[in-house]
Design a protein around this ligand. Structure first.
Ligand code: SF4
Length: 463
């Protein structure tokens, strides 16, 4: 008996014009490479939960049009996909079912749209997959798969998580591997389609388990680059300080996503640096109060943090950790001047790395429901346009064309090689001035390796 785990892992812009004009720009190219290079941690975890003697196999589909014929020797297929590739996932599921092979679909997209998914598969796993997988496998073996597996108000305890089956990966294909330390986020952003849709509370994985996972990775990759597959690391400071102290001796280079408050804790920043943190990705969203107003829906947290943005970036980068600042163009509060405002902000702060995206109505988000209600979706259920580059709504303060043009023009300016070089030079210059102890090592030759890591990290950013 054999289960095929299939991850839909590629994302590209849908708009052909945008592809023609803009997709050669480094920001776009890097982002699609990053997404395509991430293995599906959830499927590797479910593979680890599949008991022997059932065989397991892991596959990725980056672009269905250029994928060789898929194996047909599976008895069960489990597919996970981003919204942008969900229609390709449905095609794969339809094809397997046509061959008489049952298909289970899971992940964020199908969890918010289980009825849509059910028309293409045998069973839909709603919510955190680990809660239901044991039952799915048992039902499959017994020949009585159910239509839906929906945990009734349960939340998965990350302490119960097995070590993902990293050894199923063709390790040569990856420039980093992911490890999850937490799930959830205490904030509620209007547009957020992350693990907050699956878990209402922030939760962490025990430190010893995270270290065990990292050691398992090191058994197949001596000096790995790790990305923490968290939506917002460092929320529980004491936990993370314990984790970082434990990480210090592991010889890692790592990357994660966090919110701007990470800059408030010097001790944490020091530990991050000491344990190998190379870059943090932070959702800044907009450099304007109008743009940020209402984005975070619980306490308007992001608006309140705006006055700290510039100094926070300097503080983090001053610790030798580069910041990848993410902006969302086309927020309701922002007008046509947003393109210049973002550029000025990047120039002022010397942000090492920048991600530009357009506001995207992912299914299940408050944003999607609001835009739908206001009649502002250009095409409902156009999930293939959930790429973060394609505009699928009517912006409040500019035309669709202006937003599309603004994205491309701003990208040309932000990703201009001289501007990138200048920001990177400033980063190293600031470090040199701060004269921190480890900078000596850089001056003595470690700098090249450090810079290589920074180049590598550019290829390793997530959405
Ligand atoms: S801070 Fe980030 S992860 Fe948290 S809700 Fe906002 S967008 Fe989502």
């Amino acid at each position: 008996m054999k289960v095929g785990f299939i991850a839909m892992s590629g994302v590209r812009a849908y708009n052909e014009e945008l592809t023609r004009i803009g997709l050669t720009l480094p920001g776009f190219v890097e982002r699609s490479q990053v997404i395509a290079s991430l293995p599906s941690l959830s499927l590797l975890t479910l593979a680890a939960m599949t008991p022997p003697p059932i065989e397991v196999e892991y596959r990725e589909i980056k672009d269905l049009r250029n994928t060789p014929p898929l194996p047909t020797d599976y008895d069960l297929v489990a597919i996970s996909s981003f919204s942008a590739q969900i229609y390709e996932a449905y095609q794969v599921a339809d094809e397997y079912r046509r061959q008489g092979i049952p298909v289970v679909l899971g992940g964020l997209h199908v969890s918010v749209l289980p009825e849509e998914a059910k028309t293409h598969c045998t069973s839909v796993v709603v919510g955190e997959g680990e809660i239901s997988w044991g039952k799915v496998v048992a039902d499959f073996v017994a020949g009585k798969l159910q239509d839906y597996y929906t945990p009734a108000g349960e939340s998965y305890n990350l302490a119960d998580a097995p070590i993902p089956r990293y050894e199923l990966l063709d390790i040569e294909q990856y420039n980093r591997l992911t490890v999850q330390t937490s799930r959830g986020c205490p904030h509620r952003c209007d547009f957020c389609a992350s693990s907050i849709l699956l878990t209402p509370k922030y939760k962490v994985k025990p430190v010893e388990q995270v270290i065990a996972e990292i050691r398992r990775i090191k058994a197949i990759w001596k000096h790995p680059f790790i990305e923490f597959a968290d939506d917002n690391s460092f929320v529980i400071r004491e936990y993370y300080k314990r984790l970082l102290r434990a990480l210090k001796d592991e010889g890692l280079r790592w990357f994660t996503e966090a919110d701007i408050s990470v800059a408030e804790d010097e001790g944490l920043l020091h530990l991050m640096r000491e344990s190998g943190c190379r870059q943090v990705l932070i959702g800044l969203e907009s450099p304007t109060p109008q743009g940020l107003d209402g984005v975070e829906q619980r306490r308007n947290w992001k608006l309140k943090k705006l006055p700290d943005y510039e100094s926070a970036i300097r503080t983090i980068q001053g610790h030798g950790i580069t910041v990848d600042g993410c902006f969302i163009l086309g927020l309701d509060g922002d007008g046509e001047d947003i393109f210049d405002r973002v550029y000025e902000f990047v120039e002022n702060t010397g942000l090492y790395e920048v991600q530009l995206t357009v506001l995207t109505p992912f299914p299940g988000t408050p944003l999607y429901h609001r835009l739908r209600q206001e009649g502002r979706l250009l095409e409902d259920r156009a999930w293939h346009k959930c790429t973060l580059f394609d505009v699928n709504y009517v912006p409040k303060q500019m035309s669709v064309e202006r937003l599309e043009r603004g994205l491309v023009e701003l990208s040309r300016r932000i990703y201009d090689s001289a501007f990138i070089r200048d920001r990177r030079r400033r980063f190293f210059k600031t470090l040199r001035r701060s004269g921190v102890e480890w900078l000596q090592k850089m001056e003595e030759g470690w700098g090249d390796e450090y810079r290589d890591d920074q180049e590598a990290v550019c290829d390793r950013r997530a959405v």
